[in-house]
Design a protein around this ligand. Structure first.
Ligand SMILES: NC(=O)c1ccc[n+]([C@@H]2O[C@H](COP(=O)([O-])OP(=O)(O)OC[C@H]3O[C@@H](n4cnc5c(N)ncnc54)[C@H](OP(=O)(O)O)[C@@H]3O)[C@@H](O)[C@H]2O)c1
Length: 281
């Protein structure tokens, strides 16, 4: 899965699943631009990969702010001359109960910074932000990436990172998140139809993946709790961020040239029912 010289954007590529994705693209030889809500230098994804520092950058780009997306995509294209791949990874949410318990959204956990607000308005603001963060931001990123990719002879490829919470079985306690992620799956199909043959659009719906947040906030603290935590997953473990990177690299490589509009479940075989056990999917 060699992608030497391909220019890739990974949103939220500084930590968690996005970091694993960005590192796999760097290892496949690509040029990788990552973004999050802070400028970071050097780019975290390049650490320990030989020669990666020169072919990577990280910028602040809050994808809830459309102008920031425009500025970021423009900078990437000016600097590297093209854009071949977009991985719409940034997003996430906690169950609303946890948010209401603390009266504000813990910023690092949810990826959303509400700050102190009138507790009466936590719920509507939370739902609005979750939809902006998991659906509208990725849609605008895709539209801006497509505008560049459509002008290139070799087109491009987009992968949206969704969740098992998008299951038609519903996602109680993660209502707006599940709705936003199922919207992302639907949007994947629509854009794949609109943009083929120039640009392929696919999606990966994740089960539980071991990120720092998952370890810190969701996993039980005691050893036996941790051992039992993934019992509902037929593979009896959580996934690792780099494993998502492997599937993204595949989907954006020549080997997947006839895969378009697909949402691939990557969840160790987890059925939708036990999703509730995994608080922050
Ligand atoms: N981990 C899982 O088990 C799991 C399961 C199902 C689906 N997913 C999906 O996988 C994706 C990554 O999740 P994760 O577990 O890696 O989450 P994470 O560890 O909380 O990381 C989230 C990443 O997204 C960035 N981000 C969030 N909101 C943003 C915004 N408005 N603008 C720019 N960047 C933003 C964060 O940047 P900052 O550093 O600025 O906060 C961070 O880099 C999400 O779409 C999530 O819904 C994860």
């Amino acid at each position: 899965m060699e992608l030497t010289g391909k220019v890739v954007i990974v949103t939220g590529g500084n930590r968690g699943v996005g970091l694993g994705i960005a590192r796999r693209f760097l290892q496949a030889g690509a040029i990788v631009a990552t973004c999050s809500r802070r400028n970071l230098d050097p780019p975290p994804a390049a650490a320990g990969i030989e020669g990666a520092r020169e072919r990577s950058m990280h910028r602040r780009c809050n994808h809830r702010h459309w102008e920031e997306i425009d500025t970021f995509v423009k900078e990437v294209v000016e600097r590297f001359g093209r854009l071949d791949i977009l991985i719409n990874n940034a997003g996430g949410a906690l169950p609303l109960e946890k948010v209401e318990e603390v009266g504000k959204v813990p910023a690092e956990a949810s990826g959303i910074r509400l700050g102190e607000i009138d507790p009466g308005y936590v719920a509507p603001l939370f739902h609005k932000l979750v939809i902006e963060n998991n659906l509208l931001g990725p849609l605008w990123f895709a539209l801006r990436a497509y505008r560049v990719m459509a002008t290139q002879e070799t087109g491009g490829s987009i992968v949206n990172i969704s969740s098992g919470a998008s299951s038609p079985a519903g996602s109680p306690h993660l209502v707006s998140y599940g709705a936003a992620k199922s919207g992302l799956n639907q949007m994947t199909k629509s854009l794949a139809v609109e943009w083929g043959p120039k640009v392929r659009v696919n999606c990966i719906a994740l089960g539980p993946f071991l990120t720092e947040n998952m370890r810190r906030i969701v996993l039980p603290k005691d050893e036996s709790g941790q051992e039992n935590y993934f019992a509902a997953v037929p593979l009896h473990r959580a996934g690792e961020p780099e494993e998502v990177g492997d599937v993204c690299v595949f989907l954006c490589s020549k080997a997947a040239d006839y895969i378009n509009g697909a949402t691939i479940a990557m969840d160790g075989g987890l059925m939708p029912g036990p999703l509730l056990g995994f608080g922050a999917l």
